[in-house]
Design a protein around this ligand. Structure first.
Ligand code: G4P
Length: 534
């Protein structure tokens, strides 16, 4: 339990007006377009197209230099802060390229809720399923936006069923579409009881709507054909019967996902999403450290680092660490404990992220993201705190998909290679596992791009050269057991296959699915996990 605190009313006010969230989707579902429209509503950008220009083009770019360059550009847009209706919104961008999925998983640890975009034509796609798994692990509240209603998509009932089945979460429609594709007329907002009429428009912020609190009113026929009006009445009756009223706590505890329908590119249904989002989405809540739960209302600052962005200019080795403020008030120039290192640091160079811009800030509140310039003391998962307390939990590593062994090509530069690898791993570029026997190093990634990134950066920033040798590993499994004797027995018998992860935790490196199954059968007392947090 969080400790009782003497409340600072100003701090409470600042906390309650913050919404920190991320938008996730399978590539091409419309994340960038929706982000842009939200920024337009927030007055954070003035014209459409501003976000798009810094977006990574996953489909056509296999050139990682280009991707890195664009990632560099997108640092400023990776956290977008803006005010809307008196609420401070912090929108955390997540990389679209699936090779950077780990980045996205980590960013999800820094948000309080998520908006999930689904393409109504394609339905739930694979990347969405993976991202939802991460949300479920952390019980992150999710609002879903079913996009591209101006296209001939799947039947809305089928879409809802698919979301429930594939994403393993109950849904609750907040709006309901009238037609689709060419016959798309608009949506009825069940939340605001109004009819939104669709007019394709890429730029405007205003859209036409009619307040219709009673769906049986003949007012409906003034805007829809008799058939459409009757169909809508039937649908609304059915939905009300099946879903009833949304219990906001069910949403905030991650049990139910409210669903909106719209068309991001036409700016249709986006304002309704945003208005409802700021009404119901959670403000920063308690977070767990390995010591105790910490309330955002506690007067002393604490926060954790979820992302590190390297400076791509080799002459300036400094990096930008992204800190999520979790409690109290962050003040520039103050001295904070670096809990892992047990040292104090003064942070005089703090940056806030406003949409598309970085600006120096003096104070930040829970939910805010602060950028700190760092010369190598900070790594992902580190906790900074005014009082020297526990480490924030919740930045799990997942078993990589691809593994390759690092072969040093210049024996004279092995120190540089080690340093470079360690720093790149601190940034979260990939994961490294060091075998207990023989000190072999294996790098694991989600996609192949990272190997090129690592080789290039080792050479350019650290003067080290290496080669990657294919490895037939299947999964990295973290493990534990209640039975210490059996655990020791297991470690002794599988020593050749045990490596340490970045935190020194032992990991069993399984060579194939079948073999892992066999080992599991032989050691039933050992629990194997595909994530470092269990
Ligand atoms: P992403 O960030 O999730 O990858 O998706 P993004 O917003 O880039 O959208 C992918 C494509 O889908 C874009 O088209 C975008 O214009 C389109 N799109 C987004 N929302 C809607 C919508 O409501 N209806 C329709 N019909 N299309 C939508 P593109 O051709 O890849 O790019 P562009 O040339 O339009 O910029």
């Amino acid at each position: 339990m969080a400790v009782a605190v003497k409340e600072d009313p100003l701090l409470r006010k600042e906390i309650e007006r913050r919404r920190t969230f991320g938008i996730i989707s399978h590539p091409d579902a419309g994340k960038t377009t929706l982000t842009e429209k939200l920024l337009l509503f927030g007055g954070a950008i003035q014209k459409a197209g501003a976000v798009k220009s810094s977006k990574i083009d996953r489909a056509t770019t296999s050139d990682w230099m280009e991707i890195e360059k664009q990632r560099g550009i997108s640092v400023a847009t990776s956290v977008m802060g803006f005010d809307y209706r008196g609420v401070k919104i912090n929108l955390l961008d997540t990389p679209g390229h699936q090779d950077f999925a780990e980045d996205t998983y980590r960013t999800l640890t820094a948000v309080d809720s998520v908006v999930l975009v689904i393409d109504c034509v394609k339905g739930v796609e694979i990347q969405t399923e993976k991202l939802m798994e991460v949300c479920r692990m952390r019980k992150t509240p999710v609002i879903s936006f079913i996009n591209k209603l101006d296209r001939e998509g799947q039947d809305p009932y089928d879409l809802l069923d698919e979301v429930e089945a594939k994403l393993d979460i109950k849904v609750h429609p907040m709006s309901w579409p009238i037609g689709m594709g060419k016959g798309f007329k608009g949506v009825y907002s069940l939340y605001e009881k109004k009819l939104l009429l669709f007019t394709p428009s890429k730029q405007t912020v205003q859209q036409e709507y009619v307040e219709i609190s009673d769906i049986s009113s003949p007012e409906l026929e003034k805007h829809l054909t008799e058939n459409e009006a009757n169909q809508l009445r039937e649908d609304v009756e059915l939905i009300d019967g099946v879903y009833g009223d949304l219990d906001f706590e069910d949403y905030r505890s991650g049990k139910v996902a409210p669903v909106f329908f719209g068309s991001a590119v036409n700016n249709f249904g986006v304002k309704e999403l945003l208005d409802c989002f700021i009404d119901i989405a959670p403000f920063p809540r308690n977070r767990e450290t390995d010591d105790r739960e910490i309330s955002p209302l506690e007067n002393t600052f604490s926060g954790f680092i979820f992302k590190i962005h390297a400076n791509m200019d080799p002459r300036h080795r400094n990096r930008l660490a992204f800190v999520r403020v979790c409690s109290g008030k962050f003040e520039r120039g103050s001295t904070y404990h670096h809990v892992r290192l047990g040292k104090k640091f003064r942070f005089s160079n703090a940056t806030a992220f406003m949409a598309q811009d970085k600006e120096t800030i003096d104070v930040a509140y829970p939910g805010d993201i602060v950028g700190l310039y760092d010369t190598g003391n900070l790594k992902i998962g580190d906790t900074l705190s005014e009082q020297n307390e526990g480490l924030y939990k919740g930045i799990p590593s997942f078993s990589p998909e691809i593994f390759r062994e690092v072969i040093n090509l210049d024996a004279m530069k092995s120190k540089q290679l080690d340093k470079g690898l360690t720093q790149l791993m601190d940034e979260g570029v990939a994961q490294m596992f060091t075998y207990d026997m023989g000190s072999r190093k294996v790098v694991g990634t989600v996609g192949v791009l990272q190997f090129e990134v690592i080789q290039y950066r080792l050479k350019n920033e650290y003067g080290a050269t290496c080669r990657f040798e294919s490895s037939n590993l299947y999964k990295a499994c973290w493990f534990d057991s209640k039975d210490d004797k059996k655990l020791k027995e297991f470690i002794d018998s599988k020593q050749r296959h045990i490596a340490k992860d970045k935190d020194g935790k032992p990991v069993f490196m399984a060579e194939s699915k079948a073999w892992l199954q066999m080992v599991q059968d032989n050691f039933p007392e050992i629990n194997f996990h595909f994530t470092s947090e269990f």
